[in-house]
Design a protein. Structure first.
Lengths: 190, 190
DNA sequence: TTGCAACCGGAGGCATCCTCCATATAGTAT
DNA sequence: ATACTATATGGAGGATGCCTCCGGTTGCAA
């Protein structure tokens, strides 16, 4: 996964170091235990004070978004890679499956992030938008090929998939998830 | 909505009174502000101590479930009433729409409740099960009429609708909800 | 009226989020 | 090297919300 090390306003070396350590620790914790991490634990594991964590990530949401940034970029890259696939429909479905798995893996962190309304111009907002743009291409291809209904909107499909992840958070059941996913796929088909 | 006043083991009059006041207060609060109510507030508004609330409803989930019980019974009744409708497909869709609206109204309280795994034999578990049974009849009718694919399972459809509610909790958008719902309906159609 | 089992209610323990500010330090100017 | 200062640190503690515990109260049966 690409390290999206964004070089922003000049920071002191120790600040930059702590920023990265905190983010890495959070990413690991989220991957392992889900999005409802305890920020105090992250700070301890990262070896910094809680105050330091809060300076770099003023709200819980900020930390989650920063951790999710990589995933958004990754999903965007995948969409672009799939744009040349022979079957437009399969490409779209594969990408949607990735969306589902990424969400399930990060324990709906993706969903938690996607669900929030981002202020225009935010780094995460831009990343999400460009991820959606890349996905929209897949959808358009499939629609142009007449395999997906013309009136289907990507936003709805994505949000539906996030809904699947959310609805299966408490009692995850692969069979159930698969069934729900198939239902959505059937719904977009011509 | 029918008052599901369940007369259980004999209780002192004051206990029974408080039980009902708390439940009514909680229901009103949930309808107005959603499922993430503050139990301390409920107790205060009901004019009882927090200890009293917790005696009657040992966990937050217990209170939510009790408040949801009526909705489950109502949804069951609606399903039974719709079983005689001329169009089996429309009947099913109407009922699913109810599911969606009830969830949105109670701010996904329904979803929160449905999502939890209930221990066998619980009052709420039985209510939910019989609600699902009633809904399953609608699905079977529509399937028998060849209007819904045979492999569609009710559980998946219901959970998908709860997912819609969950995914739209933060930033509710009627247009989005409608689009997602239509997508699901398209997905079950033959 | 009396006795007691059932019931009440709120103080307080615990977890978590987040703020504030006295202290420490990186980087720069001398 | 030294001093200076803008920047960064970190943990004490305030706020909120969940839930438990137990001394005091009360309905109700005899």
């Amino acid at each position: 996964m690409s390290e999206a090390t964004v070089t922003r306003a000049p920071r002191r070396a120790d600040a930059q170091r702590n920023y990265e350590i905190i983010l890495a620790t959070a990413r690991a914790a989220i991957a392992e235990r889900g999005a409802n991490i305890v920020l105090e634990d992250i700070a301890r594991d990262a070896g910094v004070g809680i105050g330091t964590l809060y300076r770099h990530f003023p709200t819980r949401q900020d930390l989650l978004e920063a951790a999710f940034l990589d995933e958004a970029l990754e999903l965007r890259a995948r969409a672009i890679a799939l744009a040349d696939a022979p079957s437009t429909f399969d490409a779209l479905v594969s990408w949607l499956r990735l969306q589902r798995d990424f969400g399930a893996h990060g324990r709906s962190m993706g969903a938690a992030v996607m669900n929030a309304k981002h202020t225009e111009g935010t780094e995460i907002q831009i990343a999400c938008a460009s991820m959606r743009d890349a996905g929209a291409v897949l959808l358009q291809h499939a629609q142009a090929a007449g395999e997906v209904r013309a009136e289907v909107e990507l936003v709805d499909v994505l949000r539906l998939i996030h809904g699947i992840v959310l609805a299966n958070e408490q009692a995850p059941d692969a069979r159930r998830v698969e069934g729900m996913f198939d239902l959505v796929i059937a719904g977009i088909r011509t």
